[in-house]
Design a protein around this ligand. Structure first.
Ligand SMILES: [Zn+2]
Ligand SMILES: [Zn+2]
Length: 408
């Protein structure tokens, strides 16, 4: 049986060939494989819609049935530039691949279709089951992913070894779509994302707020039982606070522009920590009082690129069940252990049974000394080992003020 990756990549070539036949004058971008399938980017002479996909698919099937060969050739960059003289995107790629015109580049030819390509491919289209692939969708994609470049049309496809596998995959996809929280949220009237309000800023509707309240009440009880005291802090703070905390210097790319109030600058909070620290420091504390644990349902705002926003899972404003524990160095390991056990139990209550656990180490930009970072790392590692939890290292994945145990 042919390698599935090679089948998928070969289908990308056939997609480009079919599009070239149907839309003469099309300029070709690139066509790699992706999870479960492939895509190809096109600069089309006219715009297309999903209704055009079956026609392209049919032509691809006809091509498959012709038992066409995938033939690799090494040619000079000079020859390649001649072959692709009407393909500006390919010319751009060739120019980057070689230093001079005598250098060789690799092309693949299938009947009258030629693509600049390293391969590998299948030998012949007869290795493809014509009923085991489907073109799935069309999307806009900037050439080379940069918004400075032209927006191309990306056609996606999925492909498998046989029809059965394809059917299974499409069924699973359909099931997943029915459970897509964005769709459910709208249908059940839980939350609303409205363009005029702003991207990544969900509005909680009456039924959604009931769910939230139930979850918050549960967490309120859980944390109260563990000795946390509850706080509530403002959504903005003076820029000087964020300078003291290090956020201004080390976390600014995740924060929004300052707001001017009476000649002073204020920032939306990306975290609650500086406020909690202020409350801790507001009076003299005795060692005997430690650990002191503060908790807050704190709504924070962090900058996310508009392209990565996704339902409730990537947003620009969200509420954390946040907490800070103030303790002595001697109490640290014990407190981390309690916190970790508690956190895992809460996740299990919500039905999350399988976790990936990461120990995230020091990022490039950080506050504090190397020595204290090492101490903190050792402590987290000690607790993970003590609880016999499997974990992977996430190098540089920590926050600027400390390493993390991440449970995903
Ligand atoms: Zn190829
Ligand atoms: Zn914090």
């Amino acid at each position: 049986m042919a390698n599935l990756e090679n089948i998928r990549h070969s289908l990308a070539h056939l997609l480009a060939y079919a599009v070239q036949k149907l839309y003469p004058g099309v300029k070709l971008g690139i066509g790699p494989t992706i999870e479960n399938g492939f895509y190809y980017d096109f600069d089309l002479p006219k715009s297309i819609t999903p209704a055009d996909l079956p026609k392209i698919e049919d032509l691809m099937r006809q091509l498959i049935k012709k038992n066409l060969k995938f033939e690799k050739k090494l040619i000079s960059a000079k020859e390649a530039k001649e072959i692709f003289k009407d393909q500006p995107y390919k010319l751009e790629l060739i120019a980057e691949l070689v230093k001079n015109d005598n250098e060789k580049v690799s092309i693949y030819q299938t009947e009258n279709f030629i693509d600049l390509c390293k391969g590998p491919h299948i030998n012949s289209t007869k290795e493809i089951d014509p009923n085991a692939f489907q073109l799935t969708k069309i999307a806009g994609a900037y050439w080379r992913g940069s918004e400075k470049n032209k927006m191309l049309t990306r056609i996606y496809g999925v492909a498998f070894q046989n029809k059965n596998e394809l059917t299974n995959y499409l069924q699973k996809l359909e099931e997943a779509e029915k459970r897509d929280h964005r769709w459910l949220g709208q249908k059940l009237e839980l939350f609303l994302i409205d363009e005029e309000v702003g991207a990544g800023l969900p509005l909680w509707m009456p039924k959604g707020e009931i769910l939230r309240r139930i979850i918050e009440n549960y967490l309120y009880q859980e944390l109260s039982q563990e000795g946390y005291q509850w706080l509530r802090t403002p959504h903005i703070g003076n820029v000087n606070l964020w300078k003291t905390s290090g956020h201004w210097e080390l976390y600014r790319e995740n924060m929004y522009s300052p707001i001017k109030i009476d000649e002073e600058e204020y920032l939306l909070k990306p975290m609650n920590c500086p406020f909690h620290v202020k409350i801790f420091k507001s009076k003299l504390r005795s060692y005997k009082e430690l650990p002191i644990k503060f908790a807050e349902f704190g709504t924070v705002y962090r900058y996310e690129k508009s392209g990565v926003l996704h339902g409730l899972t990537r947003v620009r404003g969200f509420t954390q069940d946040d907490a800070h524990i103030f303790c002595t160095p001697e109490q640290l390991a014990k407190e981390v252990e309690k916190l970790l056990r508690h956190g895992l139990n809460i996740l299990k209550t919500f039905g999350f049974k399988n976790f990936d656990i990461y120990l995230s180490t020091r990022p490039e930009k950080y506050a504090g000394t190397e020595k204290i970072w090492k101490k903190a790392m050792n402590c987290l590692e000690f607790v993970l080992k003590k609880l016999k939890l499997n974990y992977a290292i996430d190098p540089g994945g920590g926050v600027f003020y400390g390493p993390k145990i991440d449970i995903k």
